[in-house]
Ligand binder design. Structure first.
Ligand code: NDP
Length: 282
């Protein structure tokens, strides 16, 4: 009861003190969104477009990117360009940042969102996949951030990292994916401190998302999880607003905050719910 009351008060206070989002601040903003051919990244591209931003989007599938770019332009983007790239490659992450810097003449927002496909199943020792996924979901994030930092310093810009409740909490069938999200939270948490130590102009926003109704996520959990899925377009808008107001963390939807706060207070309850949602008893 005490915990629930404290969490509710904290949530209300966070809402009350949250800085006000000014949509005008995104007009003409120079934005790079990764993983924007589908899902939350695609939705973010459309929101940025409606706010009149200048956007570069990236993913692997060129044809799909082309269609997203056309839609962005029709929705009001000042500029919309794409570059096809594979984040598992050593050189593509930097190539993408260079492309955005050249085409937009700098960057205000680096929005890191892409993830590589990964099986939803027990880990059977496939080390090659763990290495590959780390490259896509984690190494490329660090690489792109380092490359973009000088430009972001100049523009008082922001890095927005799309992470997951599975970067805070463990759960079966997604060991490689969870590892990459925990790595992101650790890395960008440390970087936030280091940038503050250097009096940097750059803000870092880390987003803790619960289940969102993208095609890839729904396909994975359809037979195993009964957690409600929240709309991708709303998740995307919340990510953009939290980044634009330079807040350190986003929890979306609301329950991700409660779970994060409660997980170490009540480890038995936490494990009970995980076991229950996957219908197993240890
Ligand atoms: P999707 O699977 O819908 O989209 C993934 C994107 O990444 C696509 O644009 C895909 O495009 C791109 N991508 C995949 N592999 C590569 C690669 N090797 N190189 C470059 N781009 C690649 O993901 P979601 O929209 O569901 O998720 C977006 C973010 O939100 C992720 O960071 C995810 O972890 C996070 N999240 C999502 C949740 C959910 O329930 N949906 C829950 C919690 C967090 P292409 O195939 O064309 O390369």
């Amino acid at each position: 009861k005490v915990l629930l009351t404290s969490v509710t008060v904290a949530l209300l206070a966070a809402k009350w003190y949250a800085p006000t989002f000014n949509a005008e601040s995104l007009r003409g903003a120079k934005v790079l969104v990764t993983g924007a051919s589908t899902g939350i990244g695609e939705e973010m591209a459309y929101h940025y477009a409606k706010f009149g931003a200048q956007i570069v989007i990236t993913a692997r599938r060129e044809k799909v990117l082309q269609q997203v770019v056309e839609k962005c332009l029709s929705m009001g983007a000042q500029k919309a360009l794409y570059i096809a790239a594979d984040m598992a490659s050593d050189s593509d992450p930097e190539k993408v940042v260079d492309f955005a810097l050249d085409q937009l003449g700098g960057l205000d927002y680096l929005v890191l969102n892409h993830i590589g496909p990964t099986p939803f199943s027990m880990w059977e020792g496939d080390m090659e996949h763990v290495r590959w996924l780390m490259k896509v979901n984690f190494f490329s994030y660090a690489q792109m951030t380092w490359k973009a930092l000088p430009s972001l310093e100049q523009s008082k810009g922001s890095v927005v990292v799309v992470s997951s409740l599975l970067g805070k909490l463990t759960s079966p069938f997604v060991a490689p994916y969870i590892s990459t999200k925990f790595a992101l939270n650790g890395f960008f948490g440390a970087l936030t401190h280091e940038l503050a130590m250097k009096n940097s102009n750059v803000s870092i926003t880390t987003c803790t998302l619960g289940l969102i109704d993208t095609e890839s996520a729904m396909e994975k959990v359809k037979d195993v999880s009964h957690v409600p899925a929240y709309p991708a377009t709303e998740a995307a808008l919340n990510i953009i607003k939290t980044g634009a107001t330079r807040q350190r963390e986003l929890f979306y939807p609301w329950y991700t905050y409660i779970v994060t706060v409660a997980r170490d207070f009540f480890p038995d309850v936490r494990d009970y719910f995980i076991q229950k949602s996957y219908s197993y008893t240890p």
